[in-house]
Design a protein around this ligand. Sequence first.
Ligand SMILES: [Zn+2]
Ligand SMILES: [Zn+2]
Length: 340
Amino acid sequence: MKILACTEPGTLVYGEKEAPIVQPGESLIQIKRIGICGTDLHAFEGTQPFFSYPRILGHELSGELVAPNGAEGFEKGEAVTFIPYFNCGHCIGCRSGKPNCCTSIKVCGVHIDGGMVEYLAVPSYSLVHGEGLSYDELALVEPLAIGAHGVRRAAVQPGEYVLVIGAGPIGLGTMEFARIAGGKVIAMDMNEGRLAFCKDKLKVYDIINVTDDDVMAKLNEITNGDMPTVVIDCTGSQRAINNGFQYMAHGARYVLVGLQKGDICFSHPEFHKREATLMSSRNATRADFEHVIASMKKGLVDPVNYITHRVQFDEVASAFKSWLDPATGVIKAMVELPNG
Ligand SMILES: [Zn+2]
Ligand SMILES: [Zn+2]
């Protein structure tokens, strides 16, 4: 089968490999769609934490289940996606109902080889039913689940002002699920095009351009002087994350969905006087995947909106570099496999 590997930062190489032989407890998927995400781009750039090369990228996947090996309730030929965070099942994270932060987690396409292949063997426990959704939609469940998980971590309540910083694909999903939870979503970014998308397509409550606007004054105005009671970072930018602390209302929660390599730095007195809560949000759980799929089926989210670029598998290597450039207007690039 054909594969595409990231052999070192900046280099993607096509190759051939034997199709995987499924082991007990694994099922085989014929890949139909691969969504490209910030993690893939950062891995390609060489800026992704917890990463080694060579690696086959790709974790936003959908396909046809060709061998449902021990996957109860799944049928050969059905459309599926899967939860690409493989967990050990017995560590403190797994025992606490948090397989998404298992101490020895293996994220497909990050710690182990991922989905830029024609056939992929995955643990049968990770499979998720397609529920009549299209392959495009199914490949978008994972990035949306990341946002849904962040919103769940924040426990967003109806009527709260929720500031989401960063309007990339993860930020957009976070905004959608904060809105579904009843929050008044304020989208913040430096890209006017993306902010316009948030306003027109996502119907957010308000937008703030961090480059042009007086952010503190505008947040004050929007929230009637309260400031947001939930701040969620989806930039993974150290500067943006450090800046985010000052946007919190007293009693607010600050959730870090984005990840960066450096140290976080904030004023203890400023944090303390707010009695603020800081939390990270890692990956997502099956409950988040199910929430996303149910929301798609109800028409509450239409993530196919996010697809700005579409390429065939054999065009990925040449197109990949261009997706690093925000000037291309890329939100979500979707890869189709020939058999798709
Ligand atoms: Zn992703
Ligand atoms: Zn574990």
